[in-house]
Design a protein around this ligand. Structure first.
Ligand code: SF4
Length: 332
């Protein structure tokens, strides 16, 4: 559980930015020069204690960059990150090592994320041994208990990752993330690489663990159906910024940003009754090297008016617990 340093959100980011130099790659070649990729540009977000905040958006919108910057696996270019009331934006290496026990991540590809030369006991035990400076013998009972907690067996401890199925490997990844008893876990496309039936099992396990261990999740996925199923609230990202943030039921039943509406219209079983009148998402997202002026969604937005092309909308409350970055959000 959290240390309870404050009653505020567990995680809070303000004006978070992350830029990369683009000196190679297709975009840079097309532009015949380098440039700056603004992967995150002024992200404002808070994650409440004990909730699952879903984060949705097209590939390349900045979801995974946000995950890495939140954990300080990548350095932010601008803005602040607060964790349990503490500003960790510039925390030094020692402080980060302490914080990493409390902030963990489950990756998309469990096979790539697990060292093939290590046994399950070594893989799962490492974060615990680092966090609590335990020897292998002392860590073993905790590792064995966590392995059983995620639905594997003690006899699996001496096996290697290639001896498991994809679903079992993801259970190992979850055990590794939870063994040191974190407060905050980022699930970055954690079920995207799995078969649908296995996805359901892993989602069920994650929900059970959240409830039993008092965890807070940031659940990142490109799959709106999956995010809608597990989330208390949903944040929608487009080209490096959050454009809608609201309870999951509000996002699914009455989305207010045209981008969210288009995402939903593309998922028939989630689409609201009036989805037929909502335009499906057309075209590709613009380049993050040269984002459009004004609202970044305006080249793809069927509702765009003149001010959309010049003035960037900010994320603002349009009703209790529902924030939208759109000039026309008050007139859906
Ligand atoms: Fe569309 Fe304008 Fe709203 Fe952007 S601000 S989503 S372009 S209506």
């Amino acid at each position: 559980m959290t240390s309870g340093a404050s009653d505020g959100p567990l995680v809070e980011v303000q004006g978070l930015g992350k830029s990369f130099a683009a000196r190679s790659g297709l975009l840079a070649r097309l532009l015949r020069r380098g440039g700056t990729i603004r992967a995150l540009d002024g992200v404002n977000l808070s994650i409440r204690r004990g909730e699952t905040l879903g984060l949705i958006g097209e590939s390349g919108c900045g979801k995974s960059t946000l995950a890495r910057v939140l954990l300080r696996l990548q350095e932010p270019s601008a803005g602040t990150i607060r964790f349990d009331g503490e500003d960790i934006t510039a925390a030094d290496r020692n402080r980060l090592r302490q914080l990493r026990r409390r902030m963990q991540i489950v990756f998309q590809d469990p096979y790539a994320a697990l060292n093939p030369r290590q046994t399950v006991e070594q893989i799962v035990g490492l974060p615990l041994r680092i966090a609590q400076r335990l020897g292998r013998e002392a860590a073993r009972p905790h590792v064995a208990a966590m392995i059983e907690r995620v639905g594997l067996k003690r006899t699996h401890l001496n096996r290697f990752p290639h001896q498991f199925s994809g679903g079992q490997r993801q259970r190992i990844g979850i055990a590794r993330a939870l063994v040191a008893r974190p407060d905050f876990v980022i699930c970055d496309e954690a079920v995207s690489a799995l078969d649908v039936s296995i996805q359901a099992q892993i989602l069920g396990l994650l929900q059970e663990l959240r409830r039993d261990l008092g965890l807070t999740y940031l659940f990142i996925s490109h799959n709106l159906a999956v995010v809608g199923h597990v989330s208390d609230r949903i944040a929608v990202m487009y080209l490096g910024e959050v454009v809608e943030l609201a309870p999951a039921r509000a996002v699914l039943a009455a989305p207010r940003h045209p981008y969210t509406q288009s995402l939903l219209a593309a998922v028939p079983r989630l689409a609201a009754r009036d989805a037929a009148i909502r335009p499906k998402l057309a075209g590709e997202p613009p380049s993050p090297i040269a984002p459009p002026p004004g609202c970044r969604f305006h080249p793809r937005c069927a509702k765009a008016v003149d001010s959309c092309r010049t003035t960037r909308p900010t994320l603002r409350d349009i009703s209790l617990d529902h924030a939208v970055a759109c000039h026309l959000a008050d007139n859906p």
